[in-house]
Design a binder for this molecule. Structure first.
Ligand code: FEO
Length: 405
């Protein structure tokens, strides 16, 4: 009987390369991003006359990775360990892998060397490689491509020329646990949703660098048949993900507004619905996202191509509600571009919140339409008409900026 490997054996992805990563079915949070379908940590074994392991896995998944490598060859036959990225979801198992495999060399980008040293304080020497430096595996050549800030300053891609495979670590990935290893084996709508969510929650602030990285890879004229990222499925049709990334990184917007709000006794909720009505009357699609019931990473998902962000908060103790603070902090870090917006909220006596929301939106370069809108205690018809009117104004500004998109 065939011996069982923890989670299944290695999966061959090209003539010389095996997937030897791990599937994390249970992951539901990644730095505040809700990963509702889990994730994978993809490591790749490149088997030429010499063998290189490109990236490892999160520390608790060491056993799963080792079992997969051993389904191909004994651990001591791995000659090189290559770290494309020092973040611990890819390097957590590196120290133990070094102890067990005793590789000839451990390789990282020049900045990766110090990042690994600062993480693991290893005695092991780590060999730095420069942009476009190569490593021969005898019959195979690996090329290292500097990819600063994708996702950290030390990130790099590894390209395997003979198999035409790009191993770009975090870039072109998604958080998706699956039994399938290839994107073309998964439903298109799942891929689109999870790739978008990953881009919106992790890569959005790096959009200008992604555009540059795409130009750099294009300029190198590397034939690429397979893009094998370190999270989620492997792309046998590279254009499927490259086209998406180019559009998302360019920041293209559609005629859609996102309204987020929190509410104490339902008054700010009434204002949100009146704003939504005005936006709809103005010919704009609206997504209303009450903060009590909505995860922040779903709001980031919607903002990827929405043209407007309207934020509402009543006033509590002279300031905004905590959940509104959470989303404003989260969105500010994602550096969304090309947004118009508005601030609103009900109040009882002091009423500072809408102004504070407006200041936060302005700080993230959202173009505000109208003054912050307030309603005392419970808005009656006139106050709601003001909300609808502001919604129509925002809709007009969206149409001026986005056109018919
Ligand atoms: Fe998947 Fe930046 O780590």
């Amino acid at each position: 009987m065939k011996q069982l490997t923890e989670g299944g054996p290695a999966v061959r992805i090209s003539e010389h390369i095996y997937w030897v990563g791990a599937v994390d079915w249970a992951l539901r949070d990644f730095h505040g991003y809700a990963t509702e379908r889990g994730s994978t940590y993809n490591a790749y074994l490149v088997t030429g006359e010499k063998t290189a392991l490109v990236d490892t896995v999160k520390a608790p998944f060491l056993g799963e990775m080792l079992a997969r490598i051993e389904s191909v060859m004994p651990l001591e036959q791995v000659d090189y360990l290559i770290s494309n990225h020092a973040e611990m979801d890819h390097s957590g198992a590196l120290p133990q892998a070094i102890s067990l495999m005793k590789p000839e060399k451990v390789i990282a980008s020049t900045t990766g060397v110090s990042a690994l040293r600062d993480h693991f304080h290893l005695d092991q020497e780590i060999t730095p490689v420069k942009d476009l430096e190569t490593l021969s595996l005898g019959d195979l050549t690996l090329t290292f491509v500097e990819a600063r800030m994708l996702h950290w300053p030390e990130s790099m891609f590894t390209y395997v020329a003979e198999d035409k495979v790009l191993l770009p670590n975090d870039a072109f990935g998604m958080h998706l646990a699956s039994s399938e290893r290839f994107a073309d084996e998964l439903p298109e709508w799942v891929l689109d949703y999870e790739a978008r969510k990953y881009f919106a929650n992790i890569l959005l602030p790096l959009s200008p660098l992604i555009t540059k990285a795409l130009e750099k890879v294009r300029g190198l004229n590397l034939p690429i048949d397979i893009i094998a990222p370190s999270h989620g499925p492997i792309w046998r049709d590279p254009a499927a993900i490259l086209t998406r990334y180019a559009a998302w990184a360019a920041g293209a917007k559609v005629r859609r507004a996102v309204i987020v709000y929190d509410t104490m006794w339902g008054s700010t909720a009434k204002m949100a619905l009146a704003l939504a009505q005005g936006l709809t009357e103005g010919g704009v699609s609206v997504k209303v996202m009450p903060l009590k019931e909505t995860h922040r990473s779903d709001i980031a998902f919607e903002l990827l191509d929405a043209a407007a962000l309207l934020v509402g908060s009543p006033t509590l103790n002279n300031t905004i509600l905590p959940r509104v603070g959470d989303i404003l902090t989260y969105v500010r870090g994602l550096k969304p571009r090309n947004l118009v917006g508005a601030a609103f909220g009900s109040y009882g006596w002091s009423g500072e919140s809408p102004k504070q929301v407006a200041e936060a939106l302005t700080a993230m370069k959202v173009e505000l339409v109208g003054d912050p809108l307030t309603a005392k205690y419970v808005p009656e018809a006139e106050a709601l008409q003001h909300c609808a009117a502001l919604g129509r104004q925002v809709a007009e500004r969206i149409k001026e900026r986005v056109g018919e998109a």
